[in-house]
Design a protein around this ligand. Structure first.
Ligand code: AMP
Ligand code: ZN
Ligand code: FE
Ligand code: FE
Length: 291
């Protein structure tokens, strides 16, 4: 019997802070025999067109997505599947987020320049494109020989509390969920165990987000063991939310995470979850043919 094909609904590319271009990410997915991947870059839909073309050529399915950072006590990430980046509300929101990132990033560069480091924002924009995140600073610091890995660069320089850390303005969670819904997308709570919430805090968060149209929970994620996964799946079922799963692949910026299989090959996202997700987005198989 042929092995059941896998999917991965959480992938970053060079459109944000991954190291694989959208085309390379799709090529890698095809090499691994994945059936579908979602490109979910931070704050941008720039990678969709290139990834979509590569996916069509290679016979795999590309799910257009996004990941937006929000605040609910701590930083909480919301995934948006099948968002239309050019819907008026979404375009304005993404432009605002990118402008805020630019101003934060310029401040981080100024701190590095003041220490005599040759880290210049114009050059970073040229190299990394529209959406630049701290992992990109990490890459540069590694290249300058100041850190051994991106993870090490975070610990030494760019994590909260470190020398070159400057915060971004983070949106209230309701605003991100609203914007995804209004742009025709399906909002999903990303990696719920990252927020160190108790069961009752997580339930409060779900209730608030569902009031704004939250539709799903990312139940399978790199590093989540069977116990965590079954807790999240039960929660999704209890609240009538759909389930998604993905690796959060960032290429060399998170080298311990593999596309499709996560950490230690534990990740396994059922294809049936994508069928449910598409239904939630109002995409029938017939409509999909015409996309
Ligand atoms: P930013 O949105 O630019 O402030 O950067 C935050 C992003 O950095 C997160 O979304 C993660 O993808 C990434 N990140 C956080 N910690 C690390 C780490 N230790 N190593 C690599 N990437 C990280
Ligand atoms: Zn990232
Ligand atoms: Fe995230
Ligand atoms: Fe992510």
């Amino acid at each position: 019997m042929l092995p059941v094909k896998k999917i991965d609904l959480h992938v970053h590319t060079t459109a944000s802070d991954g190291t694989f271009t959208p085309r390379e990410a799709v090529q890698k997915a095809a090499e691994l025999g994945l059936k579908a991947i979602a490109v979910t870059d931070h704050d941008t839909v720039e990678g969709h067109a290139e990834a979509g073309k590569a996916a069509a050529a290679l016979g795999i399915e590309l799910v257009p997505g996004i990941e937006i950072s929000t605040k609910y006590g701590v930083a909480v990430h919301i995934l948006g599947y099948y968002v239309h980046g050019d819907a008026p509300g979404m375009r304005a929101l993404l432009d605002w987020i990118v402008a805020d990132r630019d101003s934060r990033n310029e401040k981080m560069c100024a701190l590095m320049e003041a220490d005599g480091l040759p880290v210049h924002y114009a050059e970073m924009k040229e190299r990394f494109g529209e959406v630049i995140g701290r992992p990109n600073f990490g890459q540069v610091l590694v290249e300058l020989g100041l850190a051994e890995s991106v993870n090490d660069a975070f610990a030494r320089y760019v994590d909260r509390g470190q020398r070159y850390y400057v915060p971004r303005t983070i949106l209230p969670i309701e605003q991100a969920v609203d914007a995804i819904v209004l742009s025709g997308g399906v909002p999903v709570l990303a990696h719920p165990f990252q927020y160190r919430k108790t069961d009752s805090e997580l339930r409060e968060l779900l209730t608030l987000c569902m009031d704004h149209g939250l539709r799903g929970i990312e139940c399978r994620y790199s590093g989540y063991d069977a116990e965590k996964v079954s807790y999240l799946e039960r929660l999704a079922e209890e609240y009538g939310l759909l389930k998604t799963g993905g690796s959060d692949f960032h290429g060399g910026n998170k080298p311990h995470i593999q596309l499709g299989t996560g950490i230690n090959g534990e990740l396994d996202v059922p294809c049936a979850w994508l069928t449910v997700l598409k239904k939630a987005a109002g995409i029938s198989p017939a409509a999909k043919e015409k996309l």
